[in-house]
Design a protein around this ligand. Structure first.
Ligand code: T46
Length: 151
């Protein structure tokens, strides 16, 4: 997977009464949850995101429907389908992301490690590229506290 991204799988409790998936900060996901938001009713053809974060860590869970996520850095990229409410896509710092192909019934739930901070966003791709080329240079940031891969 692209560096600073990874899959997280949750336990699902199901019986004849339905399904239940618990998600606990610092236990099921590798950070304390400071903020939750969700995205839904996204029109056909809409693409969102187009930014990276300097510090923020997030877990993206498509709890209904499906959505695709492009994650990339200057060295590698991947298109990921989210369509399973028992799995989260972890996205750490310095990863460019775009969300697209939302199904009309998609609900994308996001758990975030920090409060909303407009100063943490990098929305200019050329600025992002410059910073990320350095950040990911020769795997220097491999294995640091933010790197989570393949839970
Ligand atoms: C991310 C992807 C996956 C707030 O006021 N508070 C919030 O916590 C958030 C997330 C957004 N907003 C406001 C700011 C904008 O006026 O909501 C509006 C839409 O936000 P934005 O254009 O940043 O949405 P996306 O879908 O491009 O990105 C969001 C998150 O912002 C971002 O952190 O990683 O989802």
């Amino acid at each position: 997977m692209v560096k600073n991204t990874g899959w997280i799988s949750f336990k699902c409790f199901y019986d004849k009464y339905g399904h239940l998936v618990p998600v606990e900060g610092e236990q099921d996901i590798p950070f304390q949850i400071k903020r939750v938001y969700y995205i839904y009713s996204v029109d056909d053809g809409v693409r969102r995101g187009f930014h990276s974060h300097n510090k923020l860590e997030q877990a993206l869970i498509c709890i209904h429907g499906s959505v695709k996520i492009l994650v990339k850095n200057p060295y590698e990229s991947e298109n990921i389908l989210l369509d399973d409410p028992t799995k989260a896509l972890y996205i750490g710092p310095m990863v460019w992301r775009e969300m697209y192909d939302f199904s009309s019934d998609a609900v994308l739930l996001v758990l975030a490690s920090g409060h909303y901070d407009v100063g943490d966003y990098v929305r200019d791709y050329s600025k992002y590229e410059k910073a990320a080329l350095n950040y990911f240079k020769r795997g220097e940031n491999e294995g640091n506290e933010h790197t989570v891969c393949n839970f």
